[in-house]
Design a protein around this ligand. Structure first.
Ligand SMILES: Nc1ncnc2c1ncn2[C@@H]1O[C@H](COP(=O)(O)OP(=O)(O)OP(=O)(O)O)[C@@H](O)[C@H]1O
Ligand SMILES: Nc1nc2c(ncn2[C@@H]2O[C@H](COP(=O)(O)O)[C@@H](O)[C@H]2O)c(=O)[nH]1
Length: 344
């Protein structure tokens, strides 16, 4: 996402085309992008403080709604909106400091253009601005029981000061050894649904019958500690993070076979038979999506755990070096690239 230049931040409320004569309240801003005006305002529902978007087509004077992707931010009185790169609107709350999070409404980014083609409607998407040049988070996804948690635990144990886990919220009941605030924030559905409506989540999804989600705060806690954030989320969540254009490294973990996945899930002994069946049904769909959609930057097969973990470390060292423009020589027997050491 890059850094936000303070000079770009200005209130455009006094900058509307005169002929439209829009009377803006303190909760509204209007931004012209090409032939359209994007009105960002508070929803009509008084109990709902999230942002709502209306679009005016200047050629015919018609107002229209759009399919709004991503998590809507809470809107405050006196927010500012400014067009950046001609494809996204930067939205800042009044009196915000450089440490406050910023939001973008994407209106004509490559992602939006692609979504418009797929959905055949007007589309906009909310994405959270990243302050500064923090390290890109790592999104690890894959079917239940494939070994995501096991791999992440190994990584965090070996590199505790480098990586931090994004503790998700979930409405599922805690398992025997799971601790609130460490493995998950275990929460009531109604409370979580309200927090989602209030824009507190980067992504959320219904997974195997329960609600799971990554709060903005969960990611901020890790970034504030100066660590690279690791998200263990399902494919729907990964898609939403991608849609929110939170720049991340997306990794999909596959089992060596469906039979092995089933065996691991059963051997873990944490789910009822009904839950195992549900998770396996969902796994078939996730495997199809994960391998084919182009959503993931890398796919790793978790056959032998130690080998998979080594590959994960190589892959992360490589991806992180690419992101940081650090020249490294990749340790890769298969491609016969010159062997060298890698480090985080
Ligand atoms: N390569 C492997 N070979 C054999 N067993 C493994 C391997 N990797 C993980 N396991 C075992 O498989 C089970 C499932 O692993 P884990 O809980 O890490 O999966 P997960 O992908 O995090 O699942 P969920 O999405 O449900 O949280 C665990 O009992 C773990 O010890
Ligand atoms: N979309 C999200 N998916 C999440 C999140 N946290 C976990 N998950 C995924 O849920 C399943 C099941 O997890 P389990 O702990 O009940 O076995 C697994 O695939 C996780 O990756 C989240 O915040 N968002």
């Amino acid at each position: 996402m890059g850094e936000i230049q303070e000079t770009l931040v200005e209130d455009l409320q006094g900058n509307l085309p005169i002929e439209l004569d829009l009377k803006l309240t303190g909760y509204q801003t209007a931004t012209t992008v090409g032939g359209k005006i994007y009105l960002i305002e508070k929803s009509d529902d008084e109990s709902n403080l999230t942002a709502c978007v209306k679009i005016l087509d200047k050629s015919n004077g018609q107002w229209g709604d759009a399919t709004v992707l991503g998590t809507k931010p809470a809107i405050c009185k006196g927010h500012s909106a400014v067009l950046v790169n001609n494809d996204r609107i930067l939205v800042l709350k009044k009196d915000s400091t450089p440490d406050d999070c910023t939001w973008f409404l994407e209106v004509d980014t490559p992602f939006i253009r692609e979504q418009k083609k797929i959905l055949d409607t007007e589309v906009v998407a909310w994405s959270k601005g990243v302050n500064g040049d923090g390290p890109k988070p790592i999104v690890i996804s894959g079917p239940s029981g494939v070994g995501k948690g096991t791999l992440i635990t190994k990584l965090m144990t070996e590199f505790p000061s480098m990586f931090g886990f994004s503790v998700s919220h979930t409405t599922r009941a805690p398992r025997n050894k799971e601790k609130n605030g460490i493995h998950y924030h275990f929460t009531e559905r109604m409370a979580m649904e309200k927090d989602i409506r209030d824009g507190k989540f980067l992504e959320s999804a219904s997974v195997h019958g329960n609600l799971y989600g990554t709060s903005v705060e969960a990611v901020d806690v890790v970034s504030d500690a100066g660590k690279r954030c690791i998200l263990d989320i399902d494919v729907q969540g990964a898609r939403l993070v991608r849609a929110n254009s939170l720049e991340a490294i997306f990794i999909f973990i596959c089992p060596p076979s469906f039979e092995e996945l089933e065996q691991r899930l059963r051997a873990r002994g944490t789910e009822t038979e009904e839950q195992v069946q549900k998770r396996l049904r969902n796994a078939r769909a996730e495997l199809g999506e994960g391998k084919s959609s182009g959503l993931f930057d890398h796919i790793l097969v978790n056959d032998d755990l130690e080998k998979c973990y080594e590959s994960l470390k190589v892959l992360l060292a490589y991806s992180i070096a690419i992101c940081s423009f650090i020249p490294i020589i990749l340790l890769d027997e298969r491609s016969n690239i010159q062997t060298s050491e890698y480090s985080f």
